[in-house]
Design a protein around this ligand. Structure first.
Ligand code: PSU
Length: 233
């Protein structure tokens, strides 16, 4: 390995909401609206502790933290209906399309590992069907029976790694892309490298477990990871 190469990566796993798709603002808008009905606010610190979680786990965190007079089931029913109305317009974030097509062209195995459910994924992918077909597999921990514990536990990334063809890659050969604090903690717990592209509001104390922190995926240096550069044919 040459001096500036951080790792020789063979497999790459991507988070979805806030990393591939610009859907975090949808969750934020809907959750804030719901919470405001109870005269409370959705502080960013609370959002940080929800991003990446399965919807049911996030609902419990919010209800408990804000002492909302609503059950998890009611929260899920109302919030799910509201987010689904907006997901079909979800856009890819800058640099994502180019990177995924590049890795696919170079036959680097790529997957998605998200806290979202497969029902929500279908709607989010309304205009991105061909894009999502480039991934070897997509793991939706929101309703995947094998993933018992969501992020920040390592399970989601370990199981996603085990679903590539052939032998499961060793964790230090896997690179995870994440925007959320809990997702980065999950990748670290799995022993994988992690490129974090956080929300600009995120306090740097939440980025410490990331191998690298970027402002945008467009700033990624592929050769740092032993991956083919954009100029390689
Ligand atoms: O403001 C929020 N953003 C995101 C989430 C949760 O994060 C998941 C997105 O997971 P990921 O980042 O792993 O794609 C969503 O399904 C939702 O459950 C949340 O609760 N609150």
């Amino acid at each position: 390995m040459s001096a500036n190469v951080k790792a020789n990566i063979t497999h790459v796993i991507f988070d979805m909401d806030g990393l591939l798709l610009d859907t975090e603002k949808i969750y934020e808008q809907v959750y804030r609206g719901l919470i405001e009905k109870y005269g409370k606010t959705y502080p960013f610190e609370l959002k940080v502790n929800c991003m990446g979680r399965k919807a049911s786990e996030a609902a419990k965190v919010i209800i408990d933290h804000l002492s909302l007079p609503i059950s998890i089931e009611e929260w899920l029913e109302v919030s799910q209906k509201a987010v689904l109305e907006k997901f079909a317009d979800a856009k890819l974030l800058p640099g994502v399309d180019k990177l995924i097509r590049h890795l696919h062209k170079h036959a680097i195995p790529i997957a998605v590992a998200t806290g979202s459910s497969s029902t929500n994924l279908k709607v989010k992918a309304t205009h991105h069907g061909e894009f999502f077909s480039l991934f070897h597999h997509i793991l939706c921990s929101g309703d995947d029976p094998e993933v018992k514990r969501g992020k920040p536990n390592p399970d989601i990334f370990q199981i996603a790694a085990s679903r590539f063809n052939g032998e499961t890659p060793s964790p230090e050969k896997v690179l995870v892309f994440e925007d959320s604090f809990l997702g980065v903690e999950a990748a670290k717990a799995a022993g994988m490298h992690c490129v974090m592209v956080p929300d600009t509001r995120l306090d740097r104390k939440y980025t410490k477990s990331a191998t690298v922190v970027l402002d945008s995926i467009e700033d990624l240096c592929l050769t740092d990871w032993g991956l083919p550069s954009f100029t390689d044919t």
